[in-house]
Design a binder for this molecule. Structure first.
Ligand SMILES: [Zn+2]
Length: 392
């Protein structure tokens, strides 16, 4: 099993210079490899494989000892693999859209500013040196040096890859480690979990976790900043100041939300043997979010977009965190096809009506809490019984 850790890195000035150079050299390699694939296709209708390109690395490195030759060969292979993956995705899209008018984007050249990460294999041009007890660790990268890393969360397991990544002015090291599952003791509790709009989640046995309050506050601050930014002149100092303030708000929001997701998932994994969740479909989620904007007014469009991005990132991120935690604790997660789970009565299966967001009305059983009903349907569909506690 694999787990990723994203840690903030603090390169010195000279290290940062070399790290930028590393990104530039890898970007050049990426673009050159893309160029070769394009030409081969244009001139001879021939496609070039990862193997073809990787085999040329030796000669490329020998011809450029002060440039490409300085870098880790396995890291260069990872960059070529990345291009290969984006070609794979492109070909898949192209096949799927065959016969349709839609045009499929060919992989593009990357500008230097946008090429922001290089992946290293541990022990091959990169090394992870965890701290003994303190919070500082070090990651060494060939052609960059030994970079200080803030180890805010100790990693578990054997580190397989290290990724050096730039985000704006910040640097990060992303570790991927192999971990072994440590099963938790059985609890006898199995529930369906409904992720909602009005509340963050509702379990089939009645546990409710509200949306964290920081969401509303952040939402308000972001809307305000966006409105103020829209009134400034393009290119003005005021505008760039507000742009930075906005980026900071989003960053804080993302961090708080990730933290909240980790804690909430931890709580469920510790107390449940099996969990049933909706198999998320982004299109459906987006439709729900757009349909729940209240009090239409001047800001509906902006608000819908913002709500949507806040919720979208929320649900899919929470699901993947929960799945990862469950796997490493030996818990079972069942992803259920969500068709009609929110609108069919969990007791008799009759289609309900939903005049309000939080209530569904069964012709037989009357008013039901929509989220609780959804959670019970998920539990039933996953084969967990009704998922109700002692009440059943
Ligand atoms: Zn009913």
């Amino acid at each position: 099993m694999k787990r990723a850790y994203k840690l903030r890195a603090y390169p010195t000035r000279p290290q940062e210079g070399r790290a930028v150079r590393l990104l530039v050299d890898h970007c050049e390699l990426y673009n050159a490899a893309l160029q070769e694939r394009r030409e081969a296709w244009r001139r001879h209708h021939r496609s070039i494989s990862y193997g073809d390109q990787s085999a040329q690395l030796k000669a490329i490195r020998a011809a450029d000892p002060d440039g490409q030759g300085r870098h880790s060969c396995t890291a260069q292979q990872q960059t070529l693999r990345r291009l290969n993956a984006s070609f794979g995705a492109f070909l898949k899209r192209a096949r799927r859209s065959k016969g349709k008018a839609r045009r499929v984007g060919y992989p593009r050249f990357k500008p230097y500013q946008r090429f922001d990460q290089v992946l290293f294999v541990a022990g091959n041009g990169a090394k992870w040196q965890p701290a003994d007890a303190g919070r500082w660790a070090h990651a060494s990268f060939q052609a960059v040096g030994r970079v200080k890393v803030n180890r805010h969360r100790p990693e578990v397991g054997r580190v397989k890859t290290l990724q050096l990544k730039r985000e704006g002015r910040r640097w990060f090291v992303i570790l991927v480690a192999d971990i072994e599952a440590v099963p938790l003791p059985a609890t006898g509790r199995s529930v369906g979990v409904d992720l909602g709009v009005a509340r963050f989640l509702t379990t089939s046995d009645g546990e409710i976790i509200a949306n964290p309050r920081f969401l509303d506050a952040a939402h308000q601050r972001i809307v305000d900043l966006q409105r103020r930014k829209a009134r400034t002149r393009p290119g003005s100092g005021n505008r760039s100041r507000l742009r930075r303030a906005l980026a900071k708000e989003w960053r804080t929001l993302r961090n708080q939300r990730r933290d909240f997701h980790h804690k909430t998932a931890r709580g469920l994994v510790d107390t449940c043997d099996s969990l049933a969740l909706e198999h998320l479909r982004v299109a459906a989620m987006t439709a729900t979010a757009a349909g729940t904007v209240e009090a239409p007014g001047r800001n509906v469009a902006a608000k819908a977009g913002l709500n949507r991005s806040i919720l979208d990132a929320g649900w899919s991120q929470f699901t993947s965190i929960l799945v990862a935690k469950a796997a490493s604790a030996g818990r079972r997660v069942i992803l259920v096809h969500p068709a009609y789970t929110s609108i069919d009565c969990h007791t008799c299966g009759t289609r309900c009506t939903r005049s309000r967001q939080e209530i569904v009305v069964c012709p037989v059983h009357g008013e039901l809490d929509a989220d609780l009903n959804g959670a019970r349907n998920l539990a039933a569909r996953a084969g967990l019984g009704s998922g109700q506690a002692t009440a059943a």
